[in-house]
Design a protein around this ligand. Structure first.
Ligand SMILES: *Cc1c(COP(=O)(O)O)cnc(C)c1O
Ligand code: SF4
Length: 310
């Protein structure tokens, strides 16, 4: 995956926490041939662009294009490839599949970044909104943190008005992928505030990244700021088992310790669920934290006092 940033990101890359997410480092293996798909998305891609892995949910990859390329991307095997962009025929096939599978009630637009290809996402949503068996919509995006000015474009504004129309009848979630408080600049915060004025619920997703956010203080600050900004933390991921990005993976015991401390100190609604997406398996599995010790039958409370587990 080639290096790609935006002028905006370059302007804030004085922060090492931004630079390390986007600039190719010496520890990055040259691995273009070996990038793999440990979550087996490609095996569950039932029609081009639609991944049907969980019975009631479907993930639609609108394109493989993003404003910038994160070096730890789970889809590093695909991102930047023009072949991912949905054609009219691809969209028709996706729509047909969804009509034939009314058990799919929750649709997640992803990619690539659906807000980066706003016109195409608009075209897709125009058709998806006619399918009554879809009860919940989500869009995953990182664009507010990569190119906030894009949200002033006519294409994105038009997309947001369509989202508002859909959201009158059905819940619409925007999932922000954010990893570090330095990403919450004035421009990013203004963009998030603008999104909050639409009829959407804002959620966040974060991945533990070695040397970037693998400490309690950074994540506590991130989640406190998201809490103040009206974004509800959703998932905190262990880095996926993709070859070529493992230099970002953090030790699971360390992650458990940090997630335990976060749970002990953050407001309940400001605390994400720490999960691991199982390699060669099925499911985003919540990792048990360090509160309950079944071996000695104790429960440790938020003030570090041990109690008998009854
Ligand atoms: C993560 C994911 C979903 C959504 O899972 P939730 O736990 O409901 O957020 C759906 N499909 C695929 C393929 C996914 O990876
Ligand atoms: S924005 Fe998301 S899909 Fe795009 S490169 Fe970054 S992590 Fe991957």
């Amino acid at each position: 995956m080639r290096e790609k940033t935006t002028p905006y990101l370059r302007s804030i890359a004085v922060s090492a926490s931004i630079a390390d997410q986007y600039y190719i480092s010496e520890s990055e293996p040259f691995a273009d041939d070996t990038y793999n798909d440990p979550l087996h998305e490609d095996d569950h891609e039932v029609v081009k662009g639609l991944v049907h892995k969980y019975s009631n949910r479907a993930l639609i990859k609108v394109s493989y294009q993003c404003a910038a390329h994160c070096r730890f991307c789970t889809r590093i095997r695909q991102i930047g490839n023009a072949e991912g962009t949905l054609t009219d025929d691809n969209i028709n096939n996706i729509i047909t599949y969804l009509y034939q599978h009314p058990e799919i009630d929750d649709v997640i637009l992803s990619g690539g970044d659906p807000f980066y290809t706003a016109k195409l996402t608009y075209q897709l949503l125009q058709q998806l909104k006619e399918i009554n068996s879809i009860k919940v919509f989500r869009i995953g995006t990182r664009l507010p943190l990569q190119l906030p000015e894009a949200f002033q474009s006519d294409a994105v504004q038009l997309l947001l008005s369509l989202i508002d129309e859909i959201a009158k009848r059905r819940p619409f979630y925007i999932l922000l992928h954010i990893n570090h408080p330095d990403e919450l600049t004035e421009q990013a915060l203004a963009t998030i505030a603008m999104l909050r004025s639409h009829k959407v619920t804002l959620l966040s997703q974060t991945v533990f990244l070695k040397g970037i956010n693998d400490n309690y203080k950074t994540l506590h600050q991130l989640y406190t700021q998201l809490h103040y900004t009206g974004v509800i933390p959703y998932y905190l991921y262990h880095c996926d088992a993709v070859k070529g990005i493992q230099h970002f993976a953090v030790d699971i015991e360390k992650e458990k310790e940090i997630a335990t401390q976060l749970t002990a100190t953050l407001s309940g609604i400001a605390c994400p669920t720490y999960i691991i997406d199982v390699e060669d398996g099925h499911g985003k599995i919540p990792v048990p934290l360090n509160f309950i010790n079944e071996n000695n039958g104790t429960i440790t409370d938020f003030k570090n006092t041990k109690h008998e587990l009854k």
